[in-house]
Write a protein that binds this ligand. Structure first.
Ligand SMILES: Nc1nc2c(ncn2[C@@H]2O[C@H](COP(=O)(O)OP(=O)(O)OP(=O)(O)O)[C@@H](O)[C@H]2O)c(=O)[nH]1
Ligand SMILES: [Mg+2]
Length: 428
């Protein structure tokens, strides 16, 4: 249809064109008598009155759309139970923590300078547990469930521990990230004790004993009585180094120790702010420089501050870029050299933080870091979030490096001393 014919229908003429489709001719026939009446009453021209019906139609359509939108919105609110939908908890990450710390900084911490390291002494107060205390047992819930349910299933039809059951068991251990070599070792031990196993409870008891035997790696390096005791914390990014430092510092402060945190991770944006929040929270001192400054120089200033303030414990946070980049290892070695040149014998501990949810990767990381810079002990984090807690067994068996701590949550109290017996009992 020609648009100008339609246009002329309403604005120019009182006789509809023959080309006009029937629908529009009908509209014309319906509206024309009304327009004639309006024109007679008001003296207006057709070019004016012709607007009345199109404009009214547009107005009515707009009202109808508005009404529909309001109805849809109220229906959606009813469906969500009247509750405002918020971000899921998992999304609240370290970044959120950093945002929070910026507030703390402006309120209470006039820190940082590039040349002269700013320090901060937070008020020493008893940290308040931010959540329900999580036990090792509840932290290992997922792994235990995965292991025990399958063990029960294995003997659901009765019978002895035959080769088929052993094969299933081996597969189950590998799935729980115990590692192939360690799983095979465990299976061999079970074969030797086959006669003792008549059901799933026997199996669990024997496995508990065997796991204990493996994970009971004694910490040969007696905890130093040196003051300050320097703990250098290393690990790839995101494993939980900063959080572990926060949790450990809180524990030391609670024991009455004076703690200094050294923010030598100058690589990750806002890493030192995140650490400052932890320092504030647990009542520790902090030495920090600007982002991207030389980590070794932060370590240097940290050691000077530690000696002059006679602190008991120094915790050094380090960058966690990928271990495949050689310069990270060089940087860590440099920090080690600086630290030992200022405080002979330090760092007394090189604590490697590993993320249990990464399974066998964690094992690889530990091997690489150990070869490059030497690891004295391990903190295994995020055991609460994985069914792969078997990695503890793999690490102890393959590396022989003691696991000192395990992280079972994000809260300040969610760090436990690793106790081999407790672990084995909580696992199966
Ligand atoms: N569920 C759980 N989350 C943890 C645990 N330890 C740390 N996290 C979380 O892991 C995330 C990363 O922790 P960070 O302490 O920032 O890790 P990082 O190694 O310092 O990371 P970079 O500084 O980026 O190298 C944070 O969201 C922590 O809350 C744990 O034991 N359990
Ligand atoms: Mg960090």
């Amino acid at each position: 249809m020609n648009l100008h014919i339609l246009f002329s229908l309403f604005f120019q003429t009182r006789t509809p064109s023959a080309e006009l489709p029937a629908f529009f001719r009908r509209i014309f026939e319906l509206t024309d008598p009304w327009l004639v009446r309006i024109e007679a009453l008001t003296g207006l021209e057709r070019s004016v009155t012709a607007w009345i019906f199109p404009l009214s139609a547009v107005f009515l359509i707009a009202i109808a759309l508005l009404l529909a939108a309001t109805l849809v919105r109220s229906a959606r609110r009813k469906l969500s139970g009247g509750v405002k939908i918020v971000e899921p908890l998992e999304k609240i990450s370290a970044e959120t923590e950093v945002e929070a710390c910026e507030e703390v900084k402006t309120e209470a911490q006039p820190l940082t300078a590039d040349e002269t390291p700013a320090t901060h002494t937070a008020p020493v107060e008893e940290p308040k547990p931010a959540g329900i205390l999580r036990s090792i047992r509840s932290g290992l819930e997922k792994t235990r469930k995965a292991l025990t349910e399958k063990m029960d299933h294995l003997f659901s039809g009765g019978g002895q521990l035959d080769d088929e059951k052993l094969e299933d068991l081996e597969e189950m251990l590998i799935t729980a990230d115990v590692g192939v070599e360690t799983s095979m070792n465990l299976i061999e031990s079970l074969k030797d004790r086959r006669s003792e196993i008549g059901g799933s409870e026997d199996l669990k008891r024997i496995i508990r004993e065997e796991i204990f035997r493996i994970v009971d790696v004694k910490n040969t390096e007696a905890k130093t009585q040196e003051k300050p005791r320097v703990i250098m914390v290393i690990g790839v990014n995101g494993v939980g180094k900063t959080t572990t430092i926060g949790k450990l510092s809180a524990r030391f402060v609670r024991e009455g120790k004076k703690v200094l945190i050294v923010a030598a991770d100058t690589f990750r944006a806002a890493a030192s702010e995140q650490l400052a929040v932890w320092a504030e929270r647990c009542g520790a001192d902090i030495v920090r420089h600007k982002d991207n400054s030389d980590p070794a120089s932060v370590a240097f200033d940290g050691m000077e501050a530690a000696v002059s303030r006679a602190v008991d414990i120094v915790m050094i946070d380090t960058a966690g870029r990928l271990h495949t980049k050689k310069n990270l290892m060089e940087e860590l070695k440099k920090i080690q050299r600086i630290v030992s040149s200022k405080i002979p014998g330090a760092p007394h501990e090189t604590l490697m933080v590993l993320d249990a949810t990464t399974g066998q990767n964690a094992l690889q990381q530990a091997k690489l870091f150990n070869e490059a810079i030497g690891v004295t002990n391990i903190a295994l984090t995020k055991l609460d979030g994985t069914a792969k807690g078997g990695i503890v067994i793999g690490i102890s068996h393959s590396l022989g490096i003691p696991i000192s701590y395990i992280g079972v949550g994000e809260q300040i109290d969610d760090l436990k001393d690793f106790e081999a017996r407790e672990f084995a009992d909580a696992l199966v």
